[in-house]
Design a protein around this ligand. Structure first.
Ligand SMILES: O=P(O)(O)OC[C@H]1O[C@H](OP(=O)(O)OP(=O)(O)O)[C@H](O)[C@@H]1O
Ligand SMILES: O=c1cc[nH]c(=O)[nH]1
Length: 423
């Protein structure tokens, strides 16, 4: 969590965005108001709509009982006289975390790209009487403008220089506006987003899959190096070097949530509580062959990581992967895993790798890829939405797969380009 001025960045939202699609719209509905948490007067249903040219998605992180009941109830009872009913359910239960959002909510609804009538839940601080504004940028990160920074709603979008959110790219703004202040303390706000299928590939490539986290790099150095990598005239030696450099840049971001612990150190001046990587150490898993070319870059960033190997190759006709090597630690429970493979095409290889990891107890898997196809990203999201915490960091989300299963525009066969062609 970080904050600047009146803005508090409470996390990244994922999914359900249909950026650039004018047909998308969002309706925000304030369903349930309390005077205070556990309030006595729960049953005021106020429905206000905000139409905007976008779809919206929120990754919701913590699910408490109240919200679960609310979501389930809202699915069946929404817009009926039972509004009073689920107000009642909330009495006596506390909503504690300010600005928390709840991943499970999105999962509960099984929200998918293009799916209609996805329900999203955002919890607002039950003690706040004032409005807030939810802003999403085109990478689906969101920020909530808290009351302190919200004297003028129309000014909210002008705030620049906010860490981690690119206001220039902001496409989505949901204002829980002035009306909200009139009606009192908001306990829960439910966003109901409706999506319209877009017909063009161009639109699809900007979609973020829910609820898996997809991070697409937007750094100019990454774009530059990747362009050279794509160039068919780049030879193997340069290809390997660029791969290593790109991995280091990606790894810097991908390791943002690596577990750390306090460590007492003595500087030449004083003692100081610093940090170090926590035990158990993270595990880096390159998928042979091409993933091997990413290992050194990853280990430069995470030198104390353990390394497990998976060897996989996909059938050129069926695109089905098969595993030919498995040298993973037996027990991966509680370990943070970083799978490295330059290409995420159909997603079959990464899915098989994740299956290997889950079978050994892993639950947190971060894939670091150079080039990804929307088809592969979508598959991973679909397969693991309920079973694992999967994130993907990629230097580029390309347009599509061609009939041979190659990513377009892509860079060709990564293994061949790194190591030469094998029959
Ligand atoms: O998402 P998918 O459709 O499964 O394709 C991606 C896989 O294809 C490539 O490996 P390949 O099978 O060519 O083996 P290699 O690394 O030995 O070249 C790439 O390195 C991935 O592992
Ligand atoms: O484009 C692709 C797809 C799969 N594997 C590759 O190496 N490249």
């Amino acid at each position: 969590m970080s904050s600047a001025g009146g803005l508090e960045l409470i996390g990244e939202s994922h999914g359900l965005t249909d950026m650039g699609n004018d047909a998308g719209r969002i309706r925000t509905v304030l369903l349930h108001l309390f005077d205070e948490v556990g309030g006595k007067d729960p049953a005021v249903g106020v429905d206000f709509g905000v139409a905007a040219p976008f779809g919206i998605g929120v990754e919701l992180e913590h699910l408490d009982f109240f919200v679960l009941v609310f979501v389930v109830a809202s699915r069946f009872l929404f817009e009926t006289e039972f509004l009073f009913g689920f107000g009642f359910i909330g009495i006596g239960l506390r909503i504690e975390e300010v600005g928390e959002y709840n991943r499970e909510g999105a999962e509960l609804d099984g929200t998918q790209v293009g799916q209609e009538d996805a329900d999203l839940v955002v919890r607002a601080d039950s003690h706040e009487a004032e409005p807030f504004v939810l802003v999403l940028d085109d990478r689906d990160r969101f920020a909530v403008f808290r009351p302190g920074g919200l004297h003028h709603l129309d000014k909210a979008v002008e705030i620049g220089g906010i860490p981690n959110i690119d206001i220039e790219r902001t496409k989505t703004i949901a204002c829980f506006g002035k009306d909200l202040s009139e009606v009192g303390h908001a306990s829960i706000v439910t966003l109901r987003a409706t999506f319209h299928h877009s017909s063009t590939r161009e639109d699809e490539k900007f979609r973020t899959i829910s609820p898996m986290r997809l991070h697409v790099a937007d750094h100019p150095l990454i774009a530059h190096k990747l362009s050279v990598l794509r160039d068919q005239s780049t030879d193997s030696a340069r290809f390997r070097q660029l791969t290593e450099e790109l991995v280091m840049l990606l790894a810097y971001e991908a390791t943002r949530s690596v577990a750390i612990e306090d460590k007492e150190i003595t500087t030449p001046v004083t003692t100081f509580t610093g940090t170090r990587l926590a035990e158990p150490r993270p595990v880096v898993v390159p998928i042979l062959r091409a993933g091997l070319g990413m290992l050194d870059g990853m280990l430069r960033i995470l030198p104390t990581a353990e390394v497990g190997f998976l060897g996989m190759v996909r059938d050129e006709e069926t695109f089905e992967p098969s595993a030919y090597a498995d040298r993973l630690p037996d027990d991966l429970s509680g370990r943070q895993i970083f799978v490295v493979d330059p290409m995420l095409a159909t997603g079959g290889t990464l899915a098989m790798a994740i299956d290997f990891l889950l079978a050994r107890g892993a639950r947190d898997v971060t894939a670091v890829c150079l080039v990804s196809a929307p088809e592969g990203v979508e598959r991973i999201e679909k397969d693991y939405a309920q079973s694992a915490n999967v994130e993907i960091y990629t230097a580029a989300l390309d347009e599509k797969l061609n009939e041979k299963g190659y990513i377009v525009p892509g860079l060709g066969d990564a293994g061949d380009r790194m190591y030469g062609i094998v029959d």
